[in-house]
Design a protein around this ligand. Sequence first.
Ligand code: GLA
Length: 435
Amino acid sequence: MHLAALLFASALSVGTLALDNGVMRTPPMGWLAWERFRCDINCENDPKNCISENLFIDMADRLAEDGWRELGYVYVNIDDCWSSMERDAKGRLQADPKRFPGGIHKLARYMHDRGLKLGIYGDMGTHTCGGYPGTTLDKIQIDAQTFADWEVDMFKFDGCYSNATEQEKGYPLMSKALNATGRPIGYSCSWPAYQGGLPPKVNYTLLGQICNLWRNYGDIQDSWDSVLNIVDWFFENQDVLIPAAGPGRWNDPDMLVVGDFGLSMDQSRSQMALWAIMAAPLFMSNDLRTISSGARTILQNKMAISINQDPMGIQGRRIVKEKTGIEVFWRPLLKNASALVFFSRRNDMPYRYQTNLGKLNYTFGSYKIFDVFTDKTMTLKDTTDFVVSVNPTGVVMWYVSAPAKRNLRQKFRQTILQNKHWTVETDKGSLRKNK
Ligand code: GLA
């Protein structure tokens, strides 16, 4: 680290320090195999859908050719079940030779040639969660070096078959080992998920210093129940989680399941909107070869992505929880802008929710509103009541511009309102002397 950077870093509070590998200043985006393709290694019966180099090549081609890469979806991440059951003669992990005949290095090259990145998976216990060889403490250095030699760009370190003491040693050790290779490798730690996700067991200050992202909670499944369960946990614990996040260090509520089988279009918009509010990594786990145009439109929504990718990297929060089942989420964005999400937990019919920006803590002013999923725009004063119609399990998402500077009439009105001798006709801005 340069001296200036060091001074700057030490001037910040400890909670704002991030892993010093320079990567993932905004939440990483891409594709991850696990939720959709699991540990399907049955290539004889299902060559198109098994965990093999063909699957990752197919997904890379889709990312590069169908407009995903340009939007920021650049990681192609291998999860469990990629390796051979045996290490090689030199003690290194090796890919299953039948399913990955070209090997991982060649796959990484394939990604890099297309402006994409490759992620890989390991586990700091005796075995991965799927029963493949693990990276016990004594293997950390050699495995980190192997991944760097293969020119891998991201590494997810799972925690099955390890205990708390081993994790406490292993996660920081892997961080050092990856840094020592000299290759910037985004580091995803599952550590907090194995320790209940909350202090005092989980030290988010430390995590921010050693990992770029971390799984805090259980695995996502292809269902609305699962998405809702994750959303609830993350927002119930928002006061602990929000300060942990920032450029280079992200809470990871797990993959996007938009484009799979379990979510309706409204629920898909909800997942996209809430993941954007949470500054969550956007790893899709779906089949990009067959994805519906509806799901693609949601995942490729530029405004939702730019909210997710806001350079300030401040994780948003739930600000309203109504008895009616309506909840409002807010995230501050660059240049005094913000995002709002109105979410309905209801199951009956679209709910007409009435409020105003003032009630949502917005200060005096006039705001330009951009509706993320309908592209409609409007202008709202902080005091103007509005109604949003929110579908069951759905959202309305807004990008809210910085408040416009008060115009002369407003300034004039404010001054004069304080004067006992004058009355203001507010809507016309004209004055009348008091009798
Ligand atoms: C754990 C992780 C998942 C996935 C599987 C693979 O359950 O949390 O994300 O990596 O292991 O076996």
